[in-house]
Design a binder for this molecule. Structure first.
Ligand SMILES: Nc1ncnc2c1ncn2[C@@H]1O[C@H](COP(=O)(O)OP(=O)(O)O)[C@@H](O)[C@H]1O
Ligand SMILES: [Mg+2]
Length: 397
């Protein structure tokens, strides 16, 4: 089993690169599905297929070549299949105003339904062994980051909030009926969430297992794009996902003679050097700007040859783990690879058995193993690209 995410800013070439990789993978004889997480699906356009074909297919995988499938999720279909009772409740909730703030906040933690549907598919495909390779054409950076945070957020939600909420509602319902117009969730809603969680079980382990899942960041030699790539890089590390290659797309051919392009060529050269500084030692695959748009099987295949040359696109190109927990003198050390941050940007909070790492607007809940959770003293140090979090103190577990 192999899962590869293609992520990056809008327009950098994620869909093209994912599609090209799919072609190579299928030609190697692997049953390959390319799934799109981008609401603005464009897989079918890039393969130059009729839109009707996919519309009729209602979001299921469609075979386009020997061993090659594409799938563009149809959220309306997903809603019918997986979200019935949850959706019913949430809609009635949204129709009501004046909801108690705390309850509203906790309910709002329910993450994006599209993204969860996708996780359900990944889990299903992995367990049914329907495909050998799943390639994910991600939404632009911001949204795909929400996607990767879902398994840990859900785990936290089920552990900390769900039971409390269920009990609360049980006692509140008789009172609330008389006092408020706010609909409280019924048992169907809770059952539906529980079922959903059951079906998602294990997907976080799949995504964090570098033997199975890696991320490839697609980028361009431009300042603004590279900035966003750095951010994405750091967040994927925070969520413990392995980045095994960078795809530097749309490099202008160096032999361009036209004076119009002089500044572009100069600028790109500098950005390429920057990128090497930033991402070293992760390999960077360079891809030229093509003469025209990349559409259809043959030009995608050309793209694939440029990216991977004769290498197997399914190998793990870079193997270092971004995340380790080890025993040190007097306690434990959790080492997170978090390049491009400053110590002052990091905020740590520990509540009993969970650690909350906050970096800017982002936070991650990390569930701690028991022997670590029982140590009260937490401090962090940034050393080069790694955040070292030390847990020390009396062990009273
Ligand atoms: N190396 C390239 N040379 C020329 N055109 C490219 C190249 N890479 C991508 N494109 C074109 O750029 C557009 C955006 O690419 P796409 O893969 O859809 O980006 P994303 O999925 O990241 O939004 C498409 O029209 C695609 O054909
Ligand atoms: Mg795209």
């Amino acid at each position: 089993m192999r899962i590869i995410f293609f992520a990056g800013k809008g327009g950098v070439g994620k869909t093209s690169v994912a599609a090209a990789t799919g072609i190579k993978s299928a030609e190697l004889g692997k049953r390959t599905v390319i799934m799109s997480l981008d609401i603005a699906h464009s897989l079918s356009d890039i393969f130059d297929l009729g839109k009707d074909l996919l519309d009729q297919n209602k979001g299921k995988p469609i075979q386009i070549k020997k061993k090659l499938w594409i799938q563009e999720l149809d959220i309306h279909e997903e809603m019918k299949t997986y979200w019935g009772d949850i959706h019913k409740y949430l809609s009635s909730l949204l129709n009501t105003t004046g909801l108690d703030e705390v309850l509203a906040e906790e309910l709002a933690i329910l993450p994006g339904m599209e993204e969860v549907s996708l996780l359900l598919y990944i889990n299903k495909y992995v367990h049914e062994k329907k495909f050998d390779v799943i390639l994910l054409d991600c939404a632009p950076t911001g949204e795909s980051l929400r996607f990767i945070s879902i398994p840990t957020t859900l785990e936290w939600y089920m552990k900390k909030i769900f039971k409390l909420e269920r009990t609360m509602v049980k006692y509140l319902r008789p009172v609330a009926k008389r006092v408020y117009d706010v609909p409280l969730p019924g048992d169907d809603y809770f059952q539906a969430i529980e079922d959903l969680f059951e079906r998602l079980k294990g997907v976080d382990r799949i995504l964090m297992d570098p033997e199975i899942t890696t991320v490839r960041l697609v980028t361009n030699p431009e300042k603004v794009v590279l900035k966003e790539t750095q951010r994405a890089f750091m967040y994927f590390c925070l969520y413990r996902m392995n980045i095994d290659a960078m795809i530097m797309n749309r490099i202008l051919p160096a032999d361009l003679k036209d004076s119009y392009f002089v500044n572009w060529l100069e600028g790109q050269k500098r950005r390429l050097e920057d990128a090497r500084d930033y991402f070293d030692p992760i390999p960077i695959f360079a891809v030229n700007q093509f003469r025209g748009e990349i559409i259809g099987y043959d030009s995608l295949k050309q793209l694939a040859d440029q990216i991977y040359e004769n290498e197997n696109p399914l190998q793990r190109f870079y193997k270092e783990e971004p995340y380790t927990l080890s025993k040190v003198d007097g306690g434990y050390c959790l080492k997170l690879k978090l390049p491009f941050i400053m110590q002052k940007d990091v905020e740590l909070n520990k509540f009993i058995d969970e650690l909350i790492v906050r970096i800017g607007g982002f936070k991650r809940h990390i569930m701690l193993p028991r022997q670590v959770a029982s140590l009260d003293h937490v401090k962090a140090k940034l050393k080069k690209q790694y955040l070292h979090i030390y847990f020390e103190g009396e062990n009273h577990g």
